[in-house]
Design a protein around this ligand. Structure first.
Ligand code: F0G
Length: 452
């Protein structure tokens, strides 16, 4: 098979500002070893997130000129609504400025003390919004999903046996909703199978619990189903995506991911009553229901992005580029989560920096090493992000210590990815020389949101 090439040509470019290792050592120190505090101009390859960092197409930029900025009833809203309905099949489409705004509205309405939200894995803003409402979040990812090195096709699946048990324990009346995150970002960008979505939906229906999808990366998940699930190989990705949504009562979306836009989100609902309540909150927090927190031009970009993201040559290139980096690293002996996820490569920091104990944050140490050696910015997804303290102030570590290299959509080419692999392999060869870190100062509000 020939090389899978980027299915686009580049019309507009942005410079990368080169710096030296000596300069980066100083920059890192000044940022208190927190890459979130580094200026983006000081980063060579920015893999902090795939969120809002997408390169829009010429069609999206052209579409932005058609944005109608009317306060109410903008045709841009109707194009946006049609595009979202075309995929989700849901009646009520509420635009928001990004995913977490949808979450805030949703959990303000259905959350509260004594309630439980069950998920495969909640993303950190989702969990924080749930906890802020007074409710609790419970993650029930399947067993395979807990072992980074064990390959399995759908490591994002929810454990349905434990789901039934937890519903019994907590009582269905105390569970306002079950949420499936596709792909499972905090669990390695791993997909959820259609079979699993169907099973979870059946269990939810039996107990009259609504099922919601956190659908930020729905197209990547649908493409994995096409590649890996029996019976879906010949189906179109758009139809696979549509089927996924048929099992759900609602969805939250960050358009900064699989709508290939730079900002935006939505809440999609089947319930008229919930939609009315959500729109009331929308008006006092985001804006009028036909623009939410967005400009008309953003609604246009999202509508076009949602069409482009289900293009199969785009998805083939997208998924392959993540797999390409994963394979290169694996072949060099680097401990990397397998199989490759949909939007990011995840390194197993516990294995990678075995000599650094978890209370010295091996993932963060690795992020610092990647920046210092090669100007690469990654994010720790481990005890720094998810760790908590017990009553004595001792760290309760996260189950996994991962480092995420999230690949922005349509931004970097194969030579950038080759360079990233070279830097990681070099850091891996010299791994013994890196040291752990301590937290000297942190915000108090949410320990789930430490890095922000
Ligand atoms: N849900 C998931 C699964 C996410 O990955 C994100 C964002 C959100 C919700 C919130 O959306 O950023 O538009 O408010 N994830 C980004 C990331 C920040 O880097 O993974 P948002």
């Amino acid at each position: 098979m020939k090389t899978i090439i980027e299915p686009f040509r580049i019309k507009s470019v942005e410079p990368i500002y080169f710096n030296t290792k000596e300069e980066r050592t100083k920059i890192l120190k000044k940022a208190h070893y927190n890459p979130f505090l580094i200026d983006s101009n000081d980063v060579l390859i920015d893999l902090l997130t795939d969120s809002g960092t997408n390169a829009m197409s010429s069609r999206q930029w052209a579409g932005m000129m058609n944005g109608d900025e009317s306060y109410a009833g903008s045709p841009s809203y109707y194009r946006f609504k049609d595009a979202v309905q075309n995929i989700t099949g849901m009646e009520f489409i509420i635009p928001t400025h990004q995913g977490r705004a949808s979450e805030k509205i949703l959990f303000s309405l259905v959350g509260g003390k004594g309630k439980y939200f069950i998920s495969n894995t909640l993303f950190d803003t989702t969990r924080a919004n749930i906890e802020f409402s007074g409710a609790e979040g419970i993650d029930l990812v399947c067993e395979e999903g807990k072992h980074p090195a064990v390959p399995a096709p759908f490591k994002g699946n929810m454990d349905t046996v434990v789901l039934k048990k937890v519903i019994k324990e907590k009582g269905a009346e105390n569970i306002p909703m079950v949420i499936i995150t596709i792909t499972n970002n905090s669990g390695g960008g791993q997909p959820v199978s259609m079979k699993n979505i169907r099973e979870v939906s059946k269990i939810c229906k039996q107990h009259k619990i609504p099922l919601f999808i956190d659908c930020c990366r729905f197209a990547e998940n649908a493409y994995f189903i096409k590649l890996r699930e029996k019976g879906y190989g010949k189906k179109q990705v758009i139809d696979i995506a549509r089927e996924m949504f048929t099992y759900a009562d609602g969805a939250t979306m960050s358009a900064k991911k699989d709508a290939i836009a730079n900002i935006g989100g939505f809440l999609a609902l089947r319930s008229k009553l919930l939609a009315q309540e959500a729109r009331n909150l929308l008006i006092i927090t985001e804006g009028f229901p036909t623009y939410g927190g967005l400009a008309g031009r953003d609604l246009e970009a999202i509508a076009i992005g949602l069409e482009e993201v289900v293009d199969e040559s785009y998805l083939q290139y997208r998924i392959r580029s993540i797999e390409y980096l994963t394979e290169k690293l694996h072949n060099a002996g680097v401990p990397v989560m397998r199989p490759a996820g949909g939007h990011a490569v995840y390194l197993d920091a516990k294995e990678f920096l075995k000599h650094i104990p978890v209370d010295q944050y091996p993932g963060q140490a690795m992020c610092c090493a990647l920046y210092e050696e090669g100007g690469i910015r990654a994010v720790e997804i481990g005890s720094l992000m998810f760790g908590k303290y017990d009553e004595k102030g001792k760290l309760i570590p996260s189950k996994l210590e991962l480092v995420r290299l999230a690949i922005p959509r349509r931004v970097y080419t194969q030579s950038h990815i080759d360079y990233v692999a070279e830097v990681i392999i070099e850091v891996f060869k010299n791994r013994k020389k890196y040291k752990g870190l301590v937290i000297t100062e942190e915000a108090k509000l949410f320990d789930t949101l430490r890095q922000n």
